[in-house]
Ligand binder design. Sequence first.
Ligand SMILES: Cc1cc2nc3c(=O)[nH]c(=O)nc-3n(C[C@H](O)[C@H](O)[C@H](O)COP(=O)(O)OP(=O)(O)OC[C@H]3O[C@@H](n4cnc5c(N)ncnc54)[C@H](O)[C@@H]3O)c2cc1C
Length: 391
Amino acid sequence: MRTTVGIIGAGPAGLLLARLLHNAGIDSVVLESRDRAYVEQRQRAGILEQGTVDVLRAAGAGERMDREGLRHDGIELRYDRKRHRVDFPALTGGRSVTVYAQTEVCKDLIALQLKEGGPLLFEAEALAVEGADTDSPRIRFRHEGREDVLDCDYVVGCDGSWGVARKAIPSELVRVFERTYPFGWLGILADVPPSHDELVYARHDRGFALLSMRSPSVSRLYLQVPEGTDAAEWGDEEIWDELERRFETDDDWTLERGPITQKSVTPMRSYVHEPMRHGRLFLAGDAAHIVPPTGAKGLNLAVGDVVTFAGALTYQKETGSAELLDAYSETCLRRVWQAERFSYDMTTLLHRAPDATPFEDRLQIARLERLASSEAAETDLAEGYTGFPFG
Ligand SMILES: Cc1cc2nc3c(=O)[nH]c(=O)nc-3n(C[C@H](O)[C@H](O)[C@H](O)COP(=O)(O)OP(=O)(O)OC[C@H]3O[C@@H](n4cnc5c(N)ncnc54)[C@H](O)[C@@H]3O)c2cc1C
């Protein structure tokens, strides 16, 4: 097999890249190790920045998102039983975010790819990338019990945090920046309408809690739990009781309960792999960087990377200049580090570390009070939340 761009992974990064390249008249092949049902049902992110929404729409993948996605113009911060709303459009010149689950983004892009795009092979596991620093890199992969080779002009590793692509970059050229947090998120999906029409981020002495949603009838809620917690340790009523405590307010706000349909724990990690390019191998999305989910940046960063790559390759096709491809890693990393900073700030603002001192508790409250009383501080949060520019 031969193609211009070999894409490893059919998460949001790989699927959107295939779509953008198709629209630019550049052929690609996507190899995905899991089956279609697994990729379409994997519960993960749910907040799309304004820029991500614009890109999906421009790529012709926004029809259902525009119909079913929920535009959100703000979030609520909750601390010390108080409530403070951050108004995004007022602070950012009209920007907002959209609640539309990653599962739905993937379903839309898969349907488009199978209908209009190039090959998308499920249960095709990339084993290695070879010749990354030559003019003809190759992906060795296994599909339907057979080993095969995909010859490419470029390879893009969109294979997530445990993928194989980045292993093709010689270790002496790589720098990894990493931080793990001593807590994780216990996330639930519940068949109950959200108790608030915008996301609620709560800082509480017992730990962080987040109220989010997937649709007008499905709530997504999270509790900060100690690192290594097993979701099975938590009974359903115990989860609702704890959520209720952490969202407590002085007014008559109440948390509606409903049947829990899914429960899982997500570890919290910050990770950046530099560089994001070696020869003709490019890394995009979680293959190159991880952020803790507090800032809702993971999926949006993946989108930024593939928009940058597709733009750079199109530019090269049109002008013959590899200037933008050569700048890919630096261009992406500028945005990645802003998202890392933002996600770290949100995480340390709202979570209670197991060894937090009373001094640190007071500092968190002071930071929240500052956000609630200073337009400059609030604007910084609103700009970060609605997204840093692509490219
Ligand atoms: C459990 C979990 C919960 C999350 N929750 C949130 C959240 O609430 N908010 C948020 O903003 N972000 C969240 N994220 C992060 C967000 O979902 C990711 O940033 C996003 O999925 C990145 O997309 P991607 O395409 O780069 O990687 P992925 O979505 O991980 O896709 C990578 C794909 O590559 C495939 N693959 C891997 N290895 C190979 C191989 N060798 N050959 C072929 N295919 C391969 C995988 O099967 C997968 O389909 C979460 C992540 C996880 C893991």
